[in-house]
Design a protein around this ligand. Sequence first.
Ligand code: SER
Length: 318
Amino acid sequence: MKNILVIGSTGQIGSELTMKLRDIYGNGNVVAGYIPGAEPHGVLAESGPSEVVDITNAQQIAHTVERYSIDTIYNLAALLSAVAENKPQLAWHIGIDGLMNVLEVARERHCAVFTPSSIGSFGPNAPKNGTPQDTIQQPRTMYGVTKVTGELLSNYYTLKYGVDTRSVRFPGLISYVTPPGGGTTDYAVDIYYSAVQGKKFICPIAPGTFMDMMYMPDALRAAIEIMEADESKLRHRNSFNIAAMSFDPEIIYGKIKHYIPEFEMEYQVDPLRQAIAESWPNKLDDTCARMEWGWHHHYDLDAMTRDMIAKLRERFKK
Ligand code: SER
């Protein structure tokens, strides 16, 4: 029986993961942690308990863990890459001081912890194609610095204190539910909104820039399956490469145009996001995740595109 706290439950991943966890483990057993100003609404607010849990406030975390007898924490609080580059001190405070708070509470109260890492944890010195599970991680963005530090800190808490920490390196995540804010991979979400709403898409990433991407249902399953995995089979913990598809703006544009032939796209490259994207891998090798806990993706670019267009058309009634 799991009692789960989701920190960052109203964000890009949290808003969907919290609902999926409630489906699996019971509505009353999954607490939606949020910060004032980002309160849960609608079904997220109505379907189960929610509490103010600011990751930078260790007491709030400890209080909620005790009150609900929490045994598993999903730590999803973070600033995405482009925002983090504009607010590096805050990104560190949330990403690392916050993680330290979570790990300390987990150590004292015997909780398992999931903290996502990212393709952003690599940097320009890592092999770009087939980026291995274990390789050089020298990111040059604050987002990446917090992610690789988070991986190391989480592994440390497992080795030193036996805290059950686990993680996956998420690619760019694509969803029709909660829009992301300030990520480098977000263009691959925005492009679908433009296409379905009949607008020309202004692409901030240059043609030829490849990045790993994943449809949200696969990402949610990964976050749950890694926490359910048989611990004795895990050689790695923080963090597993996972992959589903890799494309550049031309490829996703071509795929959408196949279903919406009148769709148009124009490039206006954003130098900040372009520099970040160029420092990230083109395509990760996720063999270890597949071998150690049976990771597999369901959605490729075509399946995702068909579903995104159908769901957004329903939303915008086009
Ligand atoms: N989607 C994230 C970003 O672009 C990558 O992990 O910041």
